[in-house]
Design a protein around this ligand. Structure first.
Ligand code: PLP
Length: 389
């Protein structure tokens, strides 16, 4: 059937792909939305080959198919959280292996590598991958894996994914890109040469802050086998219900993100003009140091804004507290706006000298822009900034 469709219909666009997934494993009912397969086990010898939910469930496969379609890849494996997905990848390495990490990785990734996997002999080295010298050092350091994030949290630093992946490829070094901040809608790591695209589906993909999940996408069948093995062997699987929620959430990803990105760009521009603001970081603003690179590898600048206020810790804190529509909370990517004070929240456990090196100082505030009306968010930010004066 597929092959008889005209070209444009057999290659649907992204807003269509996230809504129309393939198999729902319920053909005899004609159900429009997939059921929740709330079962621990399956009758032996069923045609789809399901056996036990720890190693697979129809709701996992439905979500995996949508994620594959969005990333344009062959394989996807879903997990119970972003951290479970990271665990799955790290657990496939061996004692003595070296992971070359971007120095500005998500805090829980750092904690997992340094406080858990280190005990099992995994080694890490931290580099600023936005520099040419770090990219040049890849092949001499001969790591077993490279771990990147772009844009980074919270400073929105951009890595040249294509260049790093091309260099790593010379020695067949697998590259993992944590794509949580951009999502496959704004950036496609696998097309830029990465081996693995990792996402915390808790954030933009689900988008409603009501479920946790993670996913690994790849074109490499051996990595897919490792991920399917880790899912069942380490018990990293999600629940069918959370997969169902995320499958529902992803249907509106393009709609939500479009609105969020639009709000974010406008708010970043407004913030930059305010005299209580020292600087604003937003990848698609021309004053972002890697604006050109961001525009080359991303289709939009995302919906996170990082602002350096002319404020000490106490003042930055009250700026966050005085906002009405931005709840002060960790996490990001939901339809509701959130604000976070990285120095005392997400990066509280980072030693002061490292915080300073990374640029996470007390006046820094991270905004996750939601789908509310721009005017309400703008007014809210301005009334709270005025109180700083
Ligand atoms: C939230 C997040 C994770 C972890 O995801 P969970 O679903 O919370 O386990 C990993 N990487 C990045 C960049 C994140 O923002």
């Amino acid at each position: 059937m597929e092959s008889q469709l005209p070209e444009e219909q057999s290659h649907p666009r992204e807003s269509t792909k996230v809504i129309h997934h393939g198999e729902s494993f319920a053909n005899s009912t004609g159900t429009v939305m997939p059921p929740i397969y709330q079962t621990a086990t399956f009758r032996h010898g069923n045609p789809e080959g399901f056996d036990y939910t720890r190693s697979g469930n129809p709701n996992f496969r439905i979500l995996e198919a949508v994620l594959c379609s969005l990333e344009n890849c062959n394989y996807s494996t879903v997990f119970g959280s972003g951290v479970s997905a990271i665990t799955a990848i790290a657990s496939s390495l061996s004692s003595g292996d070296l992971i070359l990490c971007e120095e500005n990785l998500y805090g829980c990734t750092v904690r997992l590598f340094e406080q858990v996997f280190k005990k099992f002999g995994l080694r890490t080295k931290w580099l600023d991958f936005s520099t040419q010298s770090s990219i040049d050092s890849i092949n001499t350091l001969a790591p077993s894996m490279i771990w990147l994030e772009s844009p980074t949290n919270p400073l929105l630093k951009i890595m040249d994914l294509k260049k790093i992946c091309a260099n790593a490829k010379k020695n067949q070094i697998p590259v993992v890109v944590d794509n949580t901040f951009a999502t496959a809608l704004l950036q496609k790591p696998l097309e830029l040469g990465a081996t693995i695209s990792l996402t915390s589906t808790t954030k933009y993909i689900n988008g409603h802050s009501d479920a946790l999940g993670g996913a690994v996408c790849t074109q490499d069948s051996s990595w897919n086998e490792k991920m399917k093995f880790a899912q069942k062997a380490l018990g990293l699987q999600p629940s069918p219900f959370d997969c169902w929620l995320i499958t529902r959430g992803i249907k509106t990803l393009p709609l939500r993100l479009h609105r969020q990105v639009d709000n974010a760009l406008k708010l970043a521009n407004e913030l930059a003009e305010h005299n209580c603001v020292q600087w604003v970081k937003y990848p698609f603003r021309s004053d972002h140091p890697q604006n050109e690179l961001a525009r080359k590898q991303m289709t939009a600048g995302g919906a996170i804004i990082t602002v350096k206020l002319k404020a000490n810790q106490k003042e930055a804190y009250s700026f966050c507290k005085n906002l009405k529509y931005f709840t002060m909370a960790e996490s990001l990517g939901g339809i509701e706006s959130l604000v976070c004070h990285p120095a005392t929240m997400t990066h509280a456990s980072v030693p002061p000298q490292i915080k300073q090196k990374l640029g996470i100082d007390e006046g820094l505030v991270r905004l996750s822009i939601g789908c509310e009306d721009f005017l309400d968010l703008d007014r809210d930010i301005k009334q709270s900034l005025e109180k700083l004066k």
